[in-house]
Design a protein around this ligand. Sequence first.
Ligand code: PFF
Length: 456
Amino acid sequence: MSDKKKTASKGFSGKMGYVLAVAGSAVGLGNIWRFPYLAAKYGGGIFLLTYLILAVTFGFTLIMTETALGRRTGKSPIGAYRALGAKKMMFGGWINAIIPMLIVPYYCVIGGWVCKYFFSFLGANASQLQEDTYFTNFVSKPIEPLFWLLFFAIAVFVIIARGVEKRIEQISKILMPLLVLMAFAIAIYSVTREGALEGVKYYLIPNFKQFSIKTVVAAMGQMFYSLSIGMGILYTYGSYMKKDIDMESSIRQVELVDSIIAILAGLMIIPAVFAFAGGNPETLQAGPSLMFITMPKVFLSMPMGRIVGMVFFLLVFSAALTSAISLMESGVSTITEQTNWSRKKSTVIMLGIIIILGIPSSLGFGVLSFLRPLGGSILDFFDFITNSIMMPIAASCTVILVMKVCGFKVVIDEVKSSSKFRRKGIYLFIAKYLVLLFLAVILISSILTALGITKI
Ligand code: PFF
């Protein structure tokens, strides 16, 4: 099939379809699981403020660039680099394409945990979920977390292999608004618990004393992750975007939905840590396990808590599923494009990669817990390497591609062909003078951490 035909058949039907698909990729575990634990760990309000500023400046600049290059060339990152004549910079295309392949394995590990919690709320022993040790006992088992990793990975595989994404899109039309409503309701419940107000203050009022370069590095990594930037996905989705869809306003809508869900997730979880654990610094620093430790306590203290818990984890599951689909889809399209293997074969290979790389992340809290790369768990390690090291490099490559190879005119013309591009001035200022400088600072700080000079 010619590229043109491929693009046309996969093209989103309209603005709504595009916004839904990109929001489906953007809104996921990053918003509900990752954002709140980072906010808790890196100072609450100051993290939130830093994140939002970065999202509307750097995030906006990078999303626009990747999407415009994708739509202009009609290709995924490697093809886009080639089409733009960046022969000496093909590394940039490759790194954009490889990152999702490294994220999706550990994403499926956490997706598996979400499934386990859903079924546990459904089961008779749901009350055990509020015990502090429940989560640690579960993740340190040798077999059970592996089973759930397979469960989630195979669910994603089946959807991709059978090409039922369209159905998923229809379902997300219902699930997304439900997720927002539910997040509002749970956040209100959390915030009104006794002792929760301290948490609300911690989360919403910036304490500038807690600001450091680490806040920026963590917020930046989160912004990449949450908005699916620097992973080739926006190129690919941009290539499916029709020429007459208003790019600027679509991207604004995606950013808005993504930020609202992240903010609400923080509001569900952080005040609950104060209400149920007195804002214990150890709980606030719990990292990846925060959602799994705090949320069950909140639910089981509510009337009809088991049902609420079940619905919550079902919604988190569906958000995670649509994101995992986009991650796996990106890997599959790279393999298919580069090898000319059938889609089926590429999908099976991608499942193999997920299982092989997912197993160490899954066992890193039990059987393999003696392995502490960079002083954290194996899952943390993959998260850190992709978000804090590879993504700044991938994003820098995109900016260098524009500066040195194709010029800003290509991006601007592409955006202007469908939008007024009101924020063109700020876009150019950030893209030309700030992005590379800023990415370099992030990268140096992350490398210092990787070398053990500073801690994650
Ligand atoms: N943005 C998704 C989330 O916040 O969970 C995760 C993700 C999806 C990251 C797709 C990267 C990606 F390409």
